[in-house]
Design a protein. Sequence first.
Length: 255
Amino acid sequence: MAIGELTNSNVYLPYDRYLEVSGIKLLVLPEVSSNFPIQVAKIYNSMFVLNENTNTIIRDSFLSTIVSNEIGQRVGYSGSDYYESIGQSGKWDEYNGSINLVDFIWETSNDQIAEILEHQLHTITGLVFQNLYPTQWNYLNPNSDINLAMQEAYGLNIYNTNGMYDDLDSKELMEVLPQEFAFWIIVTCWDYIEDYFPDKENEWSLKTSSELQQQLPLAYKLYQETVLPVLSKPDKVLLDSLLFTVTEGNTDSLN
């Protein structure tokens, strides 16, 4: 699918550039390099290619859901600590437009592929799937498929979040915990734990798709029924070929 042009704009301030990929609008803060959002878009694009498991009817609904719900992805530099250090803490809160946003992808020097994949999946599951599959992916319903699968994982101590989100209130936890769990399901089914998430045993203990299939049947069933028909495993050759060069406070812009 086509990736749009990285475009200068004052429509989405404080984001000064945007780029569209398959209907998802990447909103880019000024400190981010011009190359980085293009790399992010390439990974999104790789997730959205057709494969032998694609259900074209569901996929069409998936893509329509992105457009009709104005799904976006925030892209920033380094992390929230960087913006605090330059006196711009929470600057992204200045945006009050119609684009629906759930998470950030940070341009960073550490584990860049992991950073991108995790937060892309937060956007897809937290914004797209909850509209596409309102019963199965309802984070706020304790009896939804995603929450029942998560409770199965908690009960087996496969998913362990003790002490990790103590700063969140109960409503925030109802969204964050299944969002994180969903990300772990998907990257495990893609067999990308060892490649890009090797040091996460405290939170997630499974390493392979076969382990997940055997130990978490509810999660595997949810993946088979809802994720597999619309998402492709990102191409590892592409992921490993992407180059990321980070310079502190990178403020290059389009000519």
